[in-house]
Design a protein around this ligand. Structure first.
Ligand SMILES: C[S@@+](CC[C@H](N)C(=O)[O-])C[C@H]1O[C@@H](n2cnc3c(N)ncnc32)[C@H](O)[C@@H]1O
Length: 402
């Protein structure tokens, strides 16, 4: 495979190659999302999507994508046999024009079907190639920083070809910039927030994004699913409140990026939210107050959400759709064994009865690592979609409530 990078004589119109990794199971939805942004040559692979487009598309993909984990710019590819070939691939780039001057570096490598015996050694050779080239061209070596690097290089090894990428994202795109609480702090307390990218994936796969109506998350935790939904409704770009690695790169097109940010700001329309009420319920009052704070920090008006404190297994709120709106839908990730105590067999049966009684004709979508959840609920699923929630193998179950 050859490089798609066309040297930048006219940076705004050159065709660039990109790769966007995502959670397993979201590839097709991400491909559709990127195509809607104007991507061409869109191709899904396991765990990501490759695509082509101009610089503006790369900036927009970072700003708007709700499903990608990051956006990588393809720099070069080579047919390789050993570490020396990888060293040469890294050393033949003009890093002094690519990297932020004096910035610290991190290199990541992943492989599928590579015949190399040591991937650590391969990584070392690539790092050496970059460092040596920069020392020769600038007179100084970049420092390596695996925690908070200023710039990042990714390498993907296939059986015969190595692909070299520059990260345009920085912190992973699931970090939208609105979460008040820290995932790691929460998980020690028992609550387990979904990644924003996965929450958005549930909304795509359930069909809510295509046909948005009132939305209820009866186990809403920190409110991730509802906040993603409300931002989609209000036209708030996923990355509205954060920065991206490409902003620190020497070839940043300031005027283009400012225009894209301005366009995103102008597209926000908060009054659309009142047509599709968002309702969050949780039995943990402290988690609910986090959800409320997150909602506000995400740029959403307080009056557009209803937060209900209580036990969803006993009583559920009304989900009436305003006239002419699509019927209400439930999208949730209930507690389950690997992360939280689930309510046990009897509890789920009662919950299924309550769902059918409260929302006849509605759809309920549940993400769970418990592959027996339908059996426990006593409901037959109409859809079952495999998804990875971090390292937990999950299913998104769709139920039609009759
Ligand atoms: C897996 S977490 C949901 C995380 C959420 N999606 C987020 O991103 O923060 C499950 C949530 O269900 C809540 N919960 C557990 N049992 C409940 C019950 N019987 N009624 C209401 N909420 C409950 C927990 O407090 C927890 O916040």
């Amino acid at each position: 495979m050859t490089s798609r990078l066309v040297k930048d004589t006219q940076p705004a119109v050159s065709t660039l190659g990109f790769f966007a990794p995502c959670a397993r199971g979201l590839e097709a939805s991400l491909a559709a999302e990127l195509s809607a942004l104007g991507a061409t040559e869109v191709e899904t692979t396991q765990g990501g999507v490759q695509f082509a487009g101009d610089r503006a598309l790369g900036y927009r993909a970072n700003l708007y994508s709700r499903l990608a984990s990051r956006i990588l710019l393809k720099l070069d590819s080579v047919r390789y046999r050993n570490g020396d070939d990888l060293y040469k691939l890294a050393a033949r780039q003009t890093w002094e024009t690519i990297a932020p001057p004096g910035g610290s570096l991190r290199v990541d490598l992943n492989a599928s079907h590579s015949r190399l015996r040591s991937l650590n050694f391969a990584l070392l050779r690539i790092k050496d190639g970059i460092v040596d080239q920069l020392r020769t061209s600038t007179g100084s070596r970049p420092s390596i920083n695996t925690e908070r690097p200023d710039w990042r290089v990714f390498v993907h090894l296939e059986a015969l070809h190595a692909h070299l990428y520059l990260d345009w994202t920085g912190e992973s795109l699931f970090k939208r910039g609105w979460r008040n609480d820290d995932l790691s702090i929460d998980s020690t307390k028992g609550a387990a927030p979904l990644k924003e990218t996965l929450a958005a994936g549930l909304l795509h796969l359930s069909g809510w994004v295509a046909n948005p109506g009132p939305l209820l998350d009866p186990f809403c935790g920190s409110g991730t699913i509802l906040i993603e939904a409300a931002q989609i409704q209000a036209g708030i770009a996923a990355g509205h409140a954060r920065n991206f690695a490409f902003e620190a790169l020497p070839d940043l097109d300031h005027a283009l990026w400012t225009a894209i940010r301005d366009e995103a700001q102008a597209a926000i329309s908060l009054n659309k939210l009142t047509q599709t009420p968002c309702i969050g319920m949780d039995q943990d009052a402290s988690v609910l107050s986090k959800a409320k704070r997150n909602w506000i920090k995400a740029g959403l008006p307080a009056e557009a959400a209803q937060w209900v404190s209580g036990n969803s297994l006993r009583k559920l709120p009304s989900l009436a759709a305003p006239e002419a709106a699509p019927p209400g839908m439930l999208v949730t990730n209930p507690p389950y064994g690997q992360r939280l105590q689930d309510p046990g067999q009897g509890g789920w049966r009662d919950f299924a009865g309550l769902l059918k009684q409260s929302y006849p004709g509605s759809q309920c979508w549940m993400l769970s690592g418990d592959l027996d959840l339908p059996k426990q609920l006593g409901l037959r699923e109409s859809r079952k979609i495999p998804l990875m929630n971090g390292t937990i193998e999950c299913r998104l179950f769709g139920f039609s409530l009759r």
